[in-house]
Design a protein around this ligand. Sequence first.
Ligand code: MEV
Length: 321
Amino acid sequence: MPAVSASAPGKVILFGEHAVVYGQPAIAAPVTGVNVRVIVQANPLQPAGSIEIESPALSFHATRAELPEQHPLNTLFQQIEQYLRISRLPAMKIRINSTLPAGAGMGSSAAVSVALIRAISRYLGFPLENEQVNQIAYEVEKAFHGTPSGIDNTVITYQMPIFFVRNQPPQLIHLKEPLTLVIANAGEAPSTAQMVAGVRLRWQQYPQRYEQLFQRIGAIVQSARQILEFGSWQQLAPLMEENHRLLQEIGVSSPALDKLVEVSLRCGAYGAKLTGGGGGGNIICLIQPEEAEQVSQQLLNHGALHTWLTTLIPTEEGNQQ
Ligand code: MEV
């Protein structure tokens, strides 16, 4: 069988992270400038079920037999076997290439899952639909992260900006105008699972206060959706600032993230906020395209470890790569 490949982009949460775990809506968008690419090929000398996975980019090399039972990749293989009703996957060699930084809140685990599910199912001659890819990727995300909302695997599967409510089908957002963002990395972050667990503890301690904060975030998300679909991008700026303040209140910002938000606003960004799990990781800044270079440079001068520029373009449908 010839080798088969598939890829998946990164993602940013534009509005609503954390509150989305508690049933509020959130908006996320794909970041196509970074991606995970998976190549699957036959391994004819090995017995069925023997799968070798190698990823220099993720410093990972193992066979399926070596993986602990609870390993997310085992969940992924078992889920594909169940969906395709096969007892054992054939012998395969899998290579995972990635330009997506792991642990930076850009959805690297979900991108690896989506690219793997697509590549393996195509290799077997039964390419899965988005809905099935998304369901399997969600099961794998649970094995990775505990109690994720499912927003990461969903936006990465559909490769379109989405309005997302937990346990509901995603609604694709058709942007009225392009949106230019600088993403800046403030350094290492605790895992998303840890950040989500921390919020859960505080929510259990102060349920009323946290419910109120989540509801305010939900209201911001609703307004942002209207603007993305019908308004002009500059109107998003105050919503980003308010969302960031609320994320500070729920305890998921950090001094490094706050500093980058402040620097970006001082040097010309219209709005800025942390994105994803927080505690470190990334911020997003909304900018006029002409300002991209100087905002990025200022962020790098003030402690950002890396920046990425991404433009969300109005399109009718997502792409499957
Ligand atoms: C992570 O990208 C977004 C969080 O809201 C967690 C989740 O939704 O699963 C922090």
